[in-house]
Write a protein that binds this ligand. Sequence first.
Ligand SMILES: C[S@@+](CC[C@H](N)C(=O)[O-])C[C@H]1O[C@@H](n2cnc3c(N)ncnc32)[C@H](O)[C@@H]1O
Length: 220
Amino acid sequence: MIKLSDRLQIIHDMVPKSVVADIGSDHGKLMVALVQSETITKGYAVENKEGPFERLRSNLIRYHVNDKITPLFSDGLKDLPRDTQTIVIAGMGGLNIVKILKAHPEKLVRVNTIIIDAHTAVPLARKEICQMGYAIADEKIVKEDDIFYEIIKFIKADKAIITDEDLEFGPILRQEKSATFKEKYQSRIFEIDTILAKGSLPKARIHSLNEEKAKLERYL
Ligand SMILES: C[S@@+](CC[C@H](N)C(=O)[O-])C[C@H]1O[C@@H](n2cnc3c(N)ncnc32)[C@H](O)[C@@H]1O
């Protein structure tokens, strides 16, 4: 069995039995693991850069899943087959993820599940994907190599109502308040205290840091 990082394992565990496309598949480890765990029997691994694409192709062969997973050298959703039901986009900035999803809305018609791991602009990704007609069904936060990752699963929904707090902290994450969630915001509070302690900041900056700290404390 291929070994996944904690982050990729969480993504793996959120994937429903379906035809899956992994956009920005790189090494292809997620798709290999999904076949090995018998979660999927068909999928597409999409890469738009030559080096990662070659690595992906050879990993699919090495792990004997090349009869089930089709590698596509392509940009985002552009050449995605019509039978795709689940899309995974992990390990990219939130802006890039949204750009990829918005570039081909016609490809989302049959897509019931979108799973993202946005490394930046997470609130924006939540907002934009909800506006595309999806609701947040699951969320997890994980810390790896001192970086916090938020993994979000969206499912197709008629109407998703999401508050500003939900966008920022995650509707499920902020209810669950896991130890990792608390650690993320405690470390930001510590950072704010360190900046404030150094002094010589403009009044407006002190005010905004104190406001941010008070808001974070409300969610811990
Ligand atoms: C940092 S890696 C993440 C790999 C893997 N998804 C993970 O989470 O471990 C991002 C990959 O996405 C690919 N990528 C970025 N934009 C893409 C696009 N528009 N279409 C296909 N692949 C893309 C990059 O070439 C890179 O291999």
